[in-house]
Write a protein that binds this ligand. Structure first.
Ligand SMILES: [Fe+2]
Length: 196
């Protein structure tokens, strides 16, 4: 007999149509790098500082406050450090990666997409065993199929990727990284760090 053990969670929100439609229009009109590639990022990697997107980031920051409160991190809050747009066209994918120099990341989905974000963590039964390359049971995987307006917030260290996009309509998302700020730590963690 087996039972599920040590379950994990990610945070999930939806912005509603108002924020979604203005953001998608602005993003489509934004400047994109590598115009010839089928996977592209916006030239601007500080979208959270751009007034055009203020409605979106006011809402995302509200979601981050909720996450911060729920996680009970010893800090004043979570601050977005970098944020950029992604456009994946028909036949493109996005390689497996995690977000370094970040604690909490998020992805905001701007259209209904049949191409999910695939997440993976090491299975606890294999994480101390060497030479298991090619063993499909080594990683525990779960896919998130984002719908328009969905926002997921997850630990930056989790490996994720996007499989080959099969739809004619490009897949638009906005990603961000965040970091705790203010007075970090205290007696409980025996740490005292200030980040502005
Ligand atoms: Fe990512």
């Amino acid at each position: 007999m087996k039972k599920k053990f040590l379950p994990q969670s990610i945070y999930y929100f939806n912005s509603g149509v108002d924020i979604l439609s203005s953001t998608l229009q602005n993003l489509k009109e934004d400047e994109w790098l590598n115009e010839s590639n089928i996977t592209q990022q916006t030239k601007d990697i500080f979208l959270h500082k751009n007034i055009k997107y203020s409605k979106l980031y006011t809402w995302i920051n509200k979601c981050l406050r909720e996450v911060h409160q729920d996680l009970e991190y010893e800090s004043d809050g979570l601050k977005i450090t970098i944020s950029w747009g992604n456009r994946i066209s028909l036949g493109a994918n996005f390689h497996q990666h995690s977000h370094s120099n970040s604690i909490i990341s998020g992805v905001y989905y701007l259209n209904d997409t049949s191409t999910p974000t695939d997440f993976a963590i090491e299975d606890m039964w294999y994480n101390n065993i060497v030479d298991l390359s090619g063993n499909s049971r080594r990683m525990v995987c779960e896919s998130f199929c984002g719908k328009s307006g969905d926002l997921i917030i997850f630990p930056s260290s989790i490996t994720h990727r996007v499989d080959t996009h099969q739809s004619i309509e490009s897949r638009y998302t906005i990603s961000f990284n965040s970091f705790p700020y203010g007075k970090i730590g205290g007696r409980k963690s025996m740490m005292n760090l200030t980040v502005n």
